[in-house]
Structure formats: C-alpha cells, structure tokens
Design a protein around this ligand. Structure first.
Ligand code: ATP
Ligand code: MG
Length: 204
C-alpha cells in the first residue's frame, strides 16, 4: 500500500480443495493482523437468510462503523456491500473475509456484478484487504475469468497440501516455539498479501 494511492484496497481470491485449511488460515491471519475485521461465512441458505446472517456478523464484529448496519439495515445485498465500505475505516487498514463465496454466487442473483460494483466504487477506495474464499475450484476460477464482472479485481491464491519440506519446517517450528499453526502457510499468506501490495511485515 502506498500513500496517495487512490485505490488502496486489495482483494485475494483464495481457493483449495475442501478441508485443506483455508478457513483456519484466514482466521489465523485475521486474528494475528490485529486489524478491525469481519469474517462472514455463507451457508448455502437463501439470499435473505444470508443477508440476515451478514447483519448479525457485522453487528458482532469490531468494524468501527458497524452501527450503520443497525441504524439502517440494508434491504438487499447491493446495499449491504455498499454499506460494508462505509463500516470500515477510511485511513487505516481492515480485513473483510467472505468464506464460501460460491454459495453466494449460486444463491444471490447477480452477486458477482454487485460485488464488482461495490468493489470498484466503494470498497477498493479504502485500505481494505478483501479475502474471498471457496472450495469449489471451478467457480472460484470462474470468478476471475475474463468474461465475468469481477475479472482482474483479485489476486488468486491456491492453497495446496503442505509439501514434505513445509511439513518439516512446521515440525521444527512447532518443536522450537510450541506453535500449533503452520508457519509455511502463514508465510504463504503473507507473501500473497505482499504481492497484492500490502505491507504485512516480515521478509520476502
Ligand atoms: N494448521 C492447522 N493445524 C491444525 N489443524 C488445522 C490446521 N488447519 C486446518 N486445521 C483443521 O483442519 C480441518 C479443516 O480446516 P478448514 O475448515 O480450515 O478447511 P477448509 O479448507 O476451510 O475446508 P472447507 O473447504 O470444507 O471449508 C479443521 O478441522 C481444522 O481445524
Ligand atoms: Mg472453510
């Protein structure tokens, strides 16, 4: 992120097969960032139910302007995505995670177009890291394909099973510092965020 950047927002499209640890990785990243955040997980419910859940999650988040959601609850996903941009800080970083994004693509009419609009007009103008997660690999790839609304808005990140070298690094780290979480994956996440232009500290 550079000062004077008119569009400091960054988006990561995270995909990987089921149960590989995507959600755990994102949760750990958010908690270690110490930044104001929202973690919303879609549940393949109707658009209305998902929206109600989003409102609950915003209300219990630590986003500084979350009260906006309770004052005038958004009636649809279009308004909700726009209001999310109002709920995050203007001049300090924050993180928004939308987990199980393919469910929203399935259940909410024109979700990708609304996300594109909210991103281009509102969200990307704030210093936010938007992390979109999904295990449906083809839908996550499609989200970034050239003929779709959200094309080229996000940096793709593919989470794969740890390789033997990473497992060894994890084992050694776990032994030396008693750390439960894999450093390799956190390293990967940080590298991805850095590639997307964020200063997340640490080496290359
Ligand atoms: N680094 C880790 N150390 C220990 N357990 C982990 C780690 N990462 C993930 N797990 C465990 O592995 C399981 C799967 O992780 P998680 O739910 O994050 O995967 P996921 O990729 O989000 O799966 P899905 O696509 O089904 O949502 C969980 O039980 C989680 O607690
Ligand atoms: Mg998950």
């Amino acid at each position: 992120m550079t000062s004077g950047d008119l569009r400091p927002g960054r988006c990561v499209l995270m995909r990987g097969r089921g149960r590989i640890g995507k959600s755990a990785l994102a949760e750990e990243f958010v908690s270690r960032s110490g930044l104001p955040s929202l973690y919303f997980t879609a549940a393949r419910a109707s658009a209305e139910q998902e929206l109600r859940q989003l409102l609950d999650d915003v209300a219990s988040s630590d986003l500084p302007h979350r009260a906006l959601f309770t004052q005038t609850p958004p009636a649809n996903w279009n308004s909700a995505l726009q209001l999310l941009a109002d709920a995050i800080p203007d001049d300090s970083p924050s993180v928004l995670v939308i987990d199980e994004v393919p469910y929203l693509m399935e259940r909410v009419d024109a979700f990708e177009g609304m996300l594109q609009r909210a991103w281009d007009r509102f969200l990307s103008r704030k210093p936010v890291l938007l992390i979109l997660i999904g295990s449906d690999l083809s839908m996550m790839e499609a989200l970034n394909s050239y003929d779709r609304p959200f094309h080229q808005r996000g940096t793709e990140m593919v989470i794969k099973a740890l390789n033997p070298a990473e497992l060894q690094e994890m084992r050694l780290t776990a032994i030396s510092v008693g750390c439960r979480f894999g450093v390799s994956r956190r390293g990967r996440m940080a590298r991805c965020a850095r590639r997307a232009g964020w200063d997340v500290g640490g080496g290359p």
